[in-house]
Design a protein around this ligand. Structure first.
Ligand code: KG4
Ligand code: ZN
Length: 338
């Protein structure tokens, strides 16, 4: 059984193809991504209108490439991200998925983007026990509880302001490093001292929500620090600021994920989203999960960022579980619970 997955919730047009085996194993056959990230760079963030147009242009060629790579002409099911995400961007993916499902006369499965970020891990590491997921990207920072991939994910916590990736992007911007900021800050931080500046760890006080996040105070603290140095006529030690900022983000994310595992008694943590590519977050998660006796599962960086394989993977798990297909009337749900 072959499942094709389409992802268009943000700025990546992702098309993946997987094979669902009789024993329930899901195998990756193709994962093609066309990104409009460079078109957004000069605006310092994703512009929804540009993203939608780029999806429309990239969709058919990306589907064609994915089918060719997989050696497939007609999949047995189509899965597509129904939300959460940018409304206009989601609509392009949904319209395409409906057209393909109708033309091939195969079932359509609308899936939750966050559930797909978790399901992608099964492509590399096999069946997933009940787990906690920490999903951190430019659009979301969420802690989820996942009992079974075929069931809706249960939100435990989320950011109350900026997403973690958004904080990376905004801090990179104020340091003059371009967009997207995560990869360049990650690289720069390797040459800096993570203890140079003790930036605030948002929402970690005794009276704060145990499982929610806040990153806008951290971003403001970095801005104040940089402005203070500039006003005093000092050079900004960019690598030290990058390393100290990154340390604050990784510290809070891993501290809260381990705390959520303790609170829920779940002993497997899955990381996902673009920020899960961050080298310090991966290292600290490994260290703290090891110390707490938790199993950590992290997809390779290319599968952490938005892609179609994750949607195909979740679609395959739904098919395996005998889930009812979505109606062709299914609409985009930009605000699906996170
Ligand atoms: O999952 P993703 O590709 O798209 C969504 O936003 O949904 O995540 C992109 C985000 C951007 O904010 C980018 O700066 C961040 O992930 N990112 C990173 C790294 N690579 C990408 N953040 C920190 N360290 C990285 N190595
Ligand atoms: Zn995502």
């Amino acid at each position: 059984m072959i499942v094709l997955g389409i992802e268009t919730s943000c700025d990546e047009t992702g098309v993946g193809v997987v094979r669902l085996h009789y024993d329930g194993a899901v195998q990756l056959l193709a994962d093609e991504v066309a990104s409009s990230v460079q078109e957004h760079a000069r605006f310092g963030g994703v512009v929804p209108e540009i993203a939608s147009r780029a999806h429309l242009e990239a969709m058919a060629p990306t589907v064609r490439r994915a089918l060719a790579t997989a050696g497939v002409t007609r999949p047995d099911a189509v899965a597509v991200t129904a939300g959460p995400g940018l409304a206009g961007a989601l609509l392009v993916g949904l319209a395409a998925a409906k057209a393909y499902a109708a033309a091939w006369d195969v079932p359509l499965h609308g899936v939750n983007h966050l559930g797909a970020h978790v399901a992608v891990d099964t492509l590399e590491h096999g069946p997933l026990p009940p787990c906690l997921a920490l999903l951190v990207s430019g659009g979301h920072s969420s802690l989820l509880r996942v009992a079974d991939l075929a069931e809706p994910v249960v939100p435990l916590g989320a950011t109350v302001d900026d997403a973690a990736g958004e904080a990376f992007d905004k801090v990179a911007r104020l340091l003059g490093l371009g967009f997207p900021g995560g990869p360049v800050l990650d690289r720069l931080a390797r040459e800096g001292d993570p203890t140079a500046v003790r930036f605030p760890r948002g929402m970690t006080g005794p009276r704060d929500s145990r499982h929610d996040f806040s990153f806008s105070g951290l971003k403001t603290a970095v801005a104040r620090h940089v402005e203070g140095l500039q006003r005093a006529g000092h050079d900004v030690p960019v690598a030290d600021v990058a390393a100290s900022f990154q340390e604050a983000v990784a510290d809070v994310l891993t501290m809260k994920a381990v705390r959520a595992a303790r609170d829920t008694g779940i002993d497997t943590l899955v990381l996902g989203g673009g920020v899960a590519a961050n080298s310090r977050l991966r290292a600290l998660a490994e260290q703290r999960c090891g110390a707490a006796g938790l199993t950590l599962r992290v997809p390779r960086p290319g599968l952490c960022t938005d892609n179609g394989a994750m949607v195909a993977a979740l679609g395959a798990h739904l098919v395996a579980a005998g889930a009812a297909p979505s109606a062709l009337e299914i609409g985009a749900d930009p605000g699906l619970p996170v």
